[in-house]
Write a protein that binds this ligand. Sequence first.
Ligand code: LMR
Length: 466
Amino acid sequence: MASTMISLASATPSASLSVQETLKGKTRLGSGSVSTLFNKEKGNPSNKKKSFGRISMTVAVNVSRFEGIAMAPPDPILGVSEAFRADIDVKKLNLGVGAYRTEELQPYVLDVVKKAENLMLERGENKEYLPIEGLAAFNKVTAELLFGADNPVIEQQRVATVQGLSGTGSLRLAAALIERYFPGAQVLISSPTWGNHKNIFNDARVPWSEYRYYDPKTVGLDFEGMISDIKAAPEGSFVLLHGCAHNPTGIDPTPEQWEKIADVIQEKNHIPFFDVAYQGFASGSLDADASSVRLFAARGMELLVAQSYSKNLGLYAERIGAINVVCSSADAAARVKSQLKRIARPMYSNPSVHGARIVANVVGDPALFNEWKAEMEMMAGRIKNVRQKLFDSLSAKDKSGKDWSFILKQIGMFSFTGLNKAQSDNMTNKWHVYMTKDGRISLAGLSLAKCEYLADAIIDSYHNVS
Ligand code: LMR
């Protein structure tokens, strides 16, 4: 706090109290921080009482140096959880953040994670700093999981892999690399996209623009719009693609459409930049969910891939993920990696070890790896079941003839309901269903038991709120 001297004029000494009171409303006054100097007859308290002349005072107040900082709005996704926690209604349902819950709507720690943590205790692992690029065993298995261990990009050492702070931190490292080495290049982002993408590129000072993706008329993919916007972008742009289970829409291109997207990106000399946040969690298959990335890599393209283990291993708070940059030579990959490390060092020095060891232990151990795949299938299966039940409930209850089948065509943990902001507000204000204002609901936070209630809320909001 800064101490500021403010000169005031007052008719009487007693008026100084009300001046101080007024000040309290505007400024922060630390105890004992106000000193009042009576310039007239000062030093004699009895004289002060008798005086009715004009008195000039100087008041020292503590004014925050941060006075000019306005209150930030709540985060559109994580802020929803804060609002949910404050709601005392028993019917409340948190479908905002994408976090897996059990059928009892409780957080879930995977059994393989507990086993991997026990292994760490048994081995008596230390807490020494990791290298800037992260845990070597993690970096190895994460790239192999993504591309397949026998992929030429791995065998030819053409991938620069650096451990990141989950998907967000990995995207942020790549954004800093783009800003530094591709000045003026823009990133094309789908419309809509995950709420944090724009923040990441804004903060990294990387220009971005949007390509069409979602078609509200069909609640499906605007494939023609997507292709023509990617074609129209300046040559050499970065094209941000969701590897699988597009967030927030849950709408993915078909394999044939992926081929066409790759054609256009190659023609325009763009650089594909994948965000893979759900490998294995979207379809239940690690390979199927990495097929888009592998298709591009098989064409010999240079590309970037950010990975996250928040959803598929339930390691939300461990902040574990990676940035992978596939280069056309091992030499280029080594140089890119050295620069990623250079970017990471002043940002956070080096990453944390706990989540990296869990991933390395699970993916690197055949028995644990198989158990993980079974647990992932179980989680993906539960989400598919609530998706089906929600569709059934909507179809049975809604007598208007509206076709709700788009819900079944979407994939992953989210459903994009098509509800607008006012309708989403109604879901929250009237029904205590917490969701993001773009109409996204997280099916991972829904139970079979709550599907009918949710269907009632959606039908009411859709038909009765414009
Ligand atoms: C989400 O989209 O809900 C998650 O990826 C959580 C987040 O960080 O936004």
